[in-house]
Write a protein that binds this ligand. Structure first.
Ligand code: AMP
Ligand code: ZN
Length: 485
């Protein structure tokens, strides 16, 4: 079988993948800022690196891959929005947590619908600012940077001193003037060098979240969270670090500076934070940059509400190689819909056990192992589809296996017309009624009024709505619903 090769932004080359420890491959992907609904561009890294996660699990064993994707829940846009909505009855910290809990729950619904596996770890930045229960936190990383001579405190701030690190800029490879302009760093009197970036800044307790620290009440800069959380969960040096192209500079460059300097010895930074740096290309909509002002801004939820299924969205995202820019168009969605309709029809001719094969075929894995070469992989799949259409059971099983490795669940795939009927059945008023009933039921359960809770569940069941009880990441009870089929 072909060896896995990945394009590494650090070297600008496709390289053979050599794991640090084949029993524990470690991957970190920069996740969303949970400020608002995730848009379809945010879905791209989530989907493409989910396929890489699945491929690594296939190659090295499902128990030998650790995947961490963070949740940024300290951010000025979040603070501003939470402050505006704050009712002053509870603390500002709680108002922020309520906002990010809601957005995170929606993010989970969205990416679950797109067929993405949950990462092994999904750390929230706020849990790693200053927290003795974690193996490492941001305050401790900053303290190490100060002790190693790479950072300094000034006027309630702590700054990373860029000239203290030889080799800064190795990932972005940009001229210094460019980096200064690109980083859009603030000019401030307390800075020793214009490139120095913020690790810690003071917070106004009346309007901003904050933590006590050796440098006063404040909050972390953005970049430090990924150094602390990857260090805590994956170790000082790990295998793969990924994210969107826009993160190469300054975010990833600064993560490297922080992690290499904090985890190395004074004057001798670690040579690496992660061995392979992967970046997905950007997503445009109908040939234009996606933006609210152009009116072409699409959230994941809107696309799903339009009746496109998770599988269709996923295939549409995966059809373009992950490093290329992708043009998100109606035409492309329709083409994916046709391909999946076609494959579902072919596979329906085979009984379940006949299509449920054992493992993805070698030629398909070989294609993906070549830096996720999706066009070769899809060509292989179209070949199996032709064979299956001619009645070849083995080809049908192979097509099925390729689809499951890509995370595309063909067994639940519906033709677009059915999907639309289903969406239309749930009108907004009915959805509101369901949400209110679920809330009333959660309140009844909290009050241990089981009779009322059961009554509400049965009432919804009589209307074709099935409830599922579970717990969120914080152990609070949550209830989700689906239409009974
Ligand atoms: P953010 O929530 O803005 O920090 O972004 C979360 C992730 O989505 C990052 O990896 C970004 O690089 C990625 N991302 C944001 N916008 C796009 C886009 N239009 N196309 C592709 N990836 C994007
Ligand atoms: Zn990051």
């Amino acid at each position: 079988m072909a060896k896995l090769h990945l394009h590494n932004t650090l070297t600008r080359k496709k390289e053979p993948f050599e794991p640090i420890d084949a029993k524990n491959i470690r991957m970190y992907v920069c996740g969303p800022t949970v400020y608002d609904f995730a848009h379809i561009g945010n879905a791209r890294p989530v989907i493409v690196f989910d396929v890489l996660f699945r491929l690594l699990r296939h190659l090295y064993g499902a128990d030998h891959v650790t995947y961490a994707r963070n949740i940024t829940d300290v951010d000025d846009k979040i603070n501003k929005r939470a402050f505006e909505r704050w009712d002053h009855k509870s603390s500002l910290t709680k108002a922020i947590r309520d906002l990010t809990d809601g957005t995170l729950e929606q993010f989970h619904k969205d990416v679950d619908a797109l067929g993405c596996l949950r990462p092994t770890h999904e750390p929230r930045a706020t849990d790693f600012v200053s927290n003795g229960e974690q193996p490492l936190d941001m305050v401790r990383v900053i303290e190490k940077l100060i002790a190693n001579g790479n950072a300094y405190a000034a006027e309630g701030h702590v700054l990373f001193n860029v000239p203290s690190m030889e080799g800064y800029g190795a990932l972005a490879r940009r001229p210094k003037d460019d980096m200064i302009a690109g980083a859009r760093v603030e000019v401030a009197p307390y800075k020793r060098d214009p490139m120095d970036f913020v690790l810690w800044k003071p917070s106004d307790p009346a309007t901003e979240p904050g933590w006590d620290s050796p440098w006063g009440y404040g909050r972390p800069g953005w970049h430090i969270e990924c150094s602390a959380m990857s260090g805590a969960l994956l170790g000082e040096v790990f295998d793969i670090h990924a994210g969107g192209l826009d993160l190469i500079f300054p975010h990833h460059e600064n993560e490297i500076a922080q992690s290499c300097c904090a985890f190395g010895k004074p004057g001798q930074p670690n040579p690496l934070m992660a061995r392979y740096w992967l970046h997905n290309g950007f997503l445009q909509v109908e040939g234009q940059k996606m933006s609210k002002s152009l009116g072409n801004f699409r959230t994941i939820r809107e696309v799903l509400n339009d009746g496109w299924s998770g599988e269709v969205v996923r295939l549409t995202m995966l059809k373009t190689h992950y490093r290329q820019p992708i043009d998100w168009t109606l035409k492309s969605l329709e083409e994916s819909q046709n391909v999946l309709d076609n494959w579902a029809t072919i596979l329906r001719n085979f009984a379940e056990p006949e299509v449920a094969g054992e493992k993805a075929p070698a030629e398909f894995i070989d294609a993906l192992a070549d830096d996720l070469n999706i066009s070769s992989a899809l060509a292989v799949m179209h070949g199996f589809a032709r064979g299956a259409r001619g009645g070849d059971r083995a080809d049908a099983a192979k097509l099925f296996d390729c689809l499951s490795l890509l995370g595309i669940d063909i067994s639940t795939h519906q033709a677009k017309a059915d999907a639309l009927d289903f969406q239309e059945a749930i009108d907004p008023a009915f959805e509101q009624y369901i949400t209110a009933a679920i809330e009333a039921r959660l309140a009844a359960r909290a009050a241990k009024n089981w009779a009322e809770s059961d009554r509400i569940r049965d009432e919804l069941a009589s209307k074709g709505i099935q409830l599922k009880d579970g717990k969120d990441a914080n152990g609070n009870a949550i209830t989700t619903w689906e239409v009974k089929r």
